[in-house]
Write a protein that binds this ligand. Structure first.
Ligand code: HEC
Length: 129
């Protein structure tokens, strides 16, 4: 009985690892299907201020009213940091949230296209310093 439990346990852990690995590889393969036109950017702008600025800041600089309370402080989206980050990473993060749920999973609230609009907006305000 113990052996069965142990085998199942090991199997479960291995499955988790391979799943996590698969997810990791997938991220960069995700491409933004939404054109970064003014309609998309302004919609992303609106959504960002509604849903994200409490934590990420009115200016999207990572200085929202509740930003200080976090263990891992959100990035400044205006200083060019995200220029080197793939669309897929940003998409996954917004959709699934952070590991500790400090960053909530917005896949429950936002449609994929709305997430892409926000990413288009963030790219539009991100300056490479
Ligand atoms: C309850 C506070 C909170 C809200 C609301 C929130 N975030 Fe976050 N977010 C965080 C925190 C804290 C981090 C950093 C820790 C982490 O990466 O999990 C983060 C991380 C991120 C990251 C990864 C880059 C980074 O700064 O580490 C992205 C991209 C992001 N958030 C986008 C968004 C978007 C877009 C919204 C709105 C749809 C949003 N967040 C709403 C708290 C929040």
């Amino acid at each position: 009985m113990r052996l069965i439990a142990l085998t199942l346990g090991v199997f479960f852990i291995l499955t988790c690892f391979s799943y996590a690995k698969e997810k990791e590889i997938d991220v960069d393969a995700i491409k933004n299907p939404r054109a970064a036109d003014s309609k998309s950017i302004s919609n992303g702008n609106k959504l960002f201020f509604e849903k994200c600025s409490v934590c990420h800041g009115e200016k999207a600089d990572g200085n929202g009213p509740s930003a200080e309370s976090f263990e891992v402080v959100p990035w400044d989206f205006t200083d060019g940091t995200i220029a080197d980050i793939s669309d897929g990473f940003l998409f996954q993060k917004i959709k699934n949230g952070g590991i500790w749920f400090e960053m909530p999973p917005f896949g429950l609230i936002l449609k994929n296209n709305e997430i892409w609009d926000i990413i288009n907006f963030l790219r539009s305000i991100s300056k490479k310093s």
